[in-house]
Design a binder for this molecule. Structure first.
Ligand code: GTP
Length: 362
């Protein structure tokens, strides 16, 4: 890589990740292993004696699993709010200032936090917040209202085939998300096809094939290094010829420069649009919630470069930075379509604001 290019790329990498220096090779990440499929039948004789004898454990409900997934964010946000407000008989400006700090450190985002605090101040001015409990309730409602504002579930029945273009930098959980989506739509009885548009790394297509096998769907792929648009072209042709309802296209998360990214995205979109009317019907940006403010920078850059229409926030289960869901949706005015709360197929959930807020606050 030429000296000046390295310098430029390091700058861009720093902008995206907050890192001091860029790795030498673009955004290549060490490859992670596939999680074990859940739900594979296990024979009784394969289990340890203690488990065979044990009473069957009740499976946690979907809501309980969501709560468990958000436990760390609950600790970082709501438990701290509780400590601040517990038993508070009167709310004053100092209380709101401390609340502001908690919201910002939980990655709710500066803009959203300022909005929330202003709204709460106005309520306080109108004597609507008598005590700590009333303040917490008002905060919960205001966060819920902001999430609701841009919320819209992804409806894949409005076109056939419905084309989802999945974008995001490496390692955020793009491939895993595509696999989980494929599982979801197959379970709904839909015919699904995947296209391995990340031709930059051979491992990306292989990982996608693994997920495809598991979900029982075909994957269109070319040799490593091939033109992603050619894969997309073949994917579109095949999806139409086979009467598929959903085509999900993986893309490389390379971000040499914003201009390159825009050009690559434009080319892929042009090919899709020529083959299938209105495609891509959804441009889904995958962000790793655990990266907090870096996820915000990525959202900003991709929104400018790639006409993002929806967001997936992954890895909410491993982070206290779940406030990022509120920040991304509110500050970029984008619907959060799905959230990832674990590595298994069923851990990708359609995002429902009221359920999310309830699981976080209760
Ligand atoms: N805990 C948890 N792990 C997740 C979630 N989503 C993805 N992962 C894990 O994150 C890691 C990266 O996921 P990938 O799907 O490989 O990420 P990618 O963006 O496609 O990255 P490349 O395949 O390297 O391009 C894998 O180990 C996944 O199992 C989630 O919601 N929760």
């Amino acid at each position: 890589m030429a000296e000046e290019n390295q310098g430029f790329f390091k700058g861009l990498w720093g902008k995206l990740t907050g890192a001091e220096a860029a790795p030498d090779v673009a955004v290549e990440e060490p490859h992670k292993s596939m999680p074990q499929a859940e739900g594979e039948p296990v024979q009784a004789h394969e289990l340890p004696v203690s488990q065979v004898a044990a009473e069957p454990q009740a499976k946690p409900s979907l809501f309980q699993r969501l709560k468990q997934g958000l436990a760390r964010t609950h600790e970082g946000l709501v438990a701290r709010i509780d400590t601040l407000l517990l038993g508070k008989k009167q709310i004053d400006a100092d209380t709101l200032e401390e609340l502001e700090e908690i919201l910002i450190t939980a990655d709710i985002g500066v803009q959203t936090t300022v909005e929330l605090i202003r709204t709460l101040e106005a309520k306080l001015g109108r004597n609507e917040l008598q005590d700590g409990a009333a303040l917490k309730k008002a905060l919960q409602e205001e966060i819920g209202a902001r999430l609701q504002r841009y919320s819209a579930p992804l409806d894949v029945t409005v076109a056939k085939p419905f084309v989802i273009m999945v974008i995001g930098v490496n390692g955020v959980g793009k491939t895993t998300t595509i696999g989980k989506l494929a599982n979801r739509y197959v379970a709904e009885g839909k015919k699904v096809l995947l296209a391995a548009g990340d031709t930059f790394r051979a491992a990306a297509a292989e990982q996608l094939e693994e997920w495809g096998k598991r979900a029982g769907v075909d994957v269109i792929r070319h040799q490593a290094g091939a033109d992603p648009s050619a894969v997309v072209f073949d994917g579109c042709k095949a999806a139409v010829a086979r009467g598929c309802e959903v085509l999900i296209v993986d893309t490389a998360g390379r971000l040499h420069t914003k201009v390159n990214l825009m050009e690559e995205m434009k080319k892929i979109r042009r090919v899709m649009g020529r083959e299938i009317s209105g495609a891509p019907h959804e441009t889904l940006l995958v962000l790793d919630a655990a990266t907090g403010q870096n996820a915000m920078s990525q959202a900003r850059l991709f929104k400018e470069a790639a006409e993002v229409s929806g967001v997936v926030l992954t890895k909410l289960d491993g982070t206290a930075k779940g406030g990022i869901v509120v920040a991304v949706s509110n500050e970029f005015q984008l619907p959060v379509r799905f959230i990832g709360i674990g590595e298994q197929a069923e851990d990708l959930r359609p995002f429902e604001p009221s359920q999310f807020v309830a699981a976080l606050f209760d």
